[in-house]
Design a protein around this ligand. Sequence first.
Ligand SMILES: [Zn+2]
Length: 462
Amino acid sequence: MLYFLHMQLSFHGAVEEVTGSCFLVETSKAKILVDAGMKQGERICVTRSLDPFGFDVTKLDAVLVTHAHFDHTGRLPELIKLGYKGPIYMTAPTKALADIILEDSLKIMKENAERCGDPVPYSPEDKQMAISLIRGIGYHTEFEAAPGIKAMFHDAGHILGSSFVSLDIEERVMENGKPMRIIFSGDIGNEHIPILPETEPIHSADVVVCESTYGTTIHEPAAMRKIMLAEFAQKVLKRGGTLIIPAFSIERTQELLYEFDTLLLEKKIPSVPIYLDSPMAIRATAVYRHFQQYLHFDHPVMGADNDFFSFPSLRETMSTEESKLINADRRPKIIIAGNGMMTGGRVLHHLKRHVSDPLSGVLVVGYQAKGTLGRRILDREKTVRIYGEEYPVRAEVLAIEAFSAHGDKEKLLRWLHPEEGKVSKIFLVHGENPVKASFAEYLQKSLSAEIIIPQLAQSFEL
Ligand SMILES: [Zn+2]
């Protein structure tokens, strides 16, 4: 009976590897969805998130989105297609980045549809309507997301505009007389990212739905990334090679540009052409420039251009023609090109040209899923297949894990200690199953909270 329902939380995604973030909060007065993500998978021709949502989307009062990544926003247009017409709340930079991401995924889905017959889950009109329903909300601005539910975004320090969101459920009063506070972590950023503010602490919370991507990992210290980047770039360039950096368009690319800007000014790497060969990354960098007040740089702006993301040797190649011209440049150079896991995009053309060249290098700065070309190169397989042809891997390959966009297990544990009071329940999501189990054990050693690993479509009365 509805009368007894104080608050129910159900998990409609991010509990298995194949699904994106999607959580439903219900009270007797309101229904709110937090995130509507699609899994970014290694399988190019299978869109697994086409399963039904598991609830009636037309009954939702509001949708809140933690950050722009596809596994948190990818299904927003589908909500529209299924009849949702309510507000979608997120920070203003998240809106700008989500627009870029959804546009790009629409393009990829269309290509997949032509190649493998996958259904396209939404139309350009659905995407446009989703964007038009978005209301930009600043950090620390309390708003009534739905009757009886007050919400607030807090900086998660993961990418530009990223947030964790707190919901105060007025109907569910705790022993201290305050409404139950539930927090959705979204993705929690790594420590000391040189262009982002640190993750905010939790002020207080009764329940936390927490990501666990790196629940078994301790990252190398952040200070190492710049040193490793400079050393590897120097080594490859000095011997006359080309350094290829497969780019994740949002956040990682801007961090790389920022590091190169600094390294060039400090004369720690030679001034060679640095190509940014990804239209999506070029667009995202413009958004980063526009929302600079949301960023936090670890040193004041240097250089005559007054820009953290450019330098005289930067070449942004937007068009295919400009991209092709890179081949004519025989000098030592750096090419940052999409996509990050090397499953498609312009980086493939550059890899064809350089992966068998022992003078050249491939720098991996992000997670490489099993089965991707990126993983094969990272595992130093003898040969790899690109566009149907075999190429021996002779280029030097280096991975720098400190570029990870997620906090490690120590960071997450610290974050789960609120400034006031204690968390009584923690739900672990967004991680591979063995990782979640081991992370739960790790947390249980120092936290008194009940730790739960929810299953898909499972509901909890809180
Ligand atoms: Zn993310």
